[in-house]
Design a protein around this ligand. Structure first.
Ligand code: HEC
Ligand code: HEC
Length: 219
């Protein structure tokens, strides 16, 4: 390599280093860049969430079903879910109360923390066991293995079976409002819902109960 090419390359490297350092400092500080979640700030804001989301197999009562697993879920979906509770697309008294007190940035930061070690969206993963016939339309977004193919689609792998069934019933009754899912659940029978919930709950790698310990191990 000639001297003529090495000098510009060196200059470029120095310029990149100078830009990169302030950018990293900004992201890990409390003034997170818009759109990104600051997990450190989120940790301080999410203490109350662990009373339910941090306890394995914790149940909602009246009606009784498992509190959803959040760890591994994509933060982009968690953010959308919190907005849904705040804006009334999803009805749940506690979650509405929690979300109503948060700014958008609070939601992003909390989502970044609670998600922990995210199972990155992917396509083409083989499923565990045989997918029920009704899953044929689901796999385009949620994957055959329950790992979503895009950040905005929730990962279903290993989620509590009763929570998955509950969510599908909520879309079907219109209690949970989402134009995409409303179309896909309309034709599902009770048996389809039971089989889909059972199938997706068995997929791996699994979502899990949010745990501080896991987060620290993962980062
Ligand atoms: C009293 C128990 C309780 C507490 C405290 C609680 N949650 Fe929840 N959360 C639930 C239940 C139950 C659901 C499922 C509600 C439903 O059916 O939509 C839920 C759902 C969620 C969802 C949607 C998950 C999904 O897969 O769609 C998110 C995100 C969430 N909670 C975040 C939080 C955050 C953030 C906090 C703290 C600020 C929090 N929760 C505090 C019980 C709780
Ligand atoms: C075009 C993409 C798409 C297809 C196809 C699709 N979904 Fe979804 N699914 C979504 C989106 C987007 C959401 C989040 C909606 C919301 O915010 O409530 C969702 C949410 C869900 C949830 C709630 C997860 C949670 O954590 O609360 C379940 C369960 C679910 N889908 C199952 C299915 C099943 C079963 C099928 C097939 C019958 C299916 N989906 C087809 C996009 C899709």
């Amino acid at each position: 390599m000639s001297f003529r090419f090495t000098v510009p390359a060196l200059i470029a490297a120095v310029v990149v280093a100078c830009i990169a350092v302030p950018a990293l400092t900004q992201e890990s500080g409390s003034e997170a860049v818009a759109g990104a979640g600051d997990a450190i700030r989120g940790r301080d804001l999410s203490y109350t969430c662990y009373g339910c989301h941090g306890i394995a197999n914790y149940k909602n009562v009246y009606p009784t079903y498992s509190v959803p697993k959040l760890e591994g879920q994509h933060p982009e979906y968690l953010f959308a879910a919190l907005q849904g509770y705040r804006d009334g697309e999803r009805g749940h008294a506690t979650m509405h109360a929690q979300a109503s007190s948060m700014s958008d940035q609070d939601m992003r930061d909390i989502a970044a923390f609670l998600a922990g070690k995210v199972i990155e969206p992917r396509t083409g993963g083989a499923g565990v066991g045989t997918a029920p016939g009704a899953a044929a339309t689901c796999v385009a977004c949620h994957g055959t293995d329950g790992i979503s193919v895009m950040e905005i689609y929730p990962t279903l792998a290993g989620q509590h079976e009763d929570y998955l069934a509950r969510a599908l019933h909520e879309y079907k009754s219109g209690a949970r409002k989402n134009a995409i899912m409303a179309g896909f659940v309309a034709q599902l029978s009770e048996q389809d819902i039971a089989e889909l919930a059972d199938y997706y709950a068995r997929q791996r790698p699994s979502l899990s109960t949010a745990k501080h310990a896991n987060w620290f191990k993962a980062h």
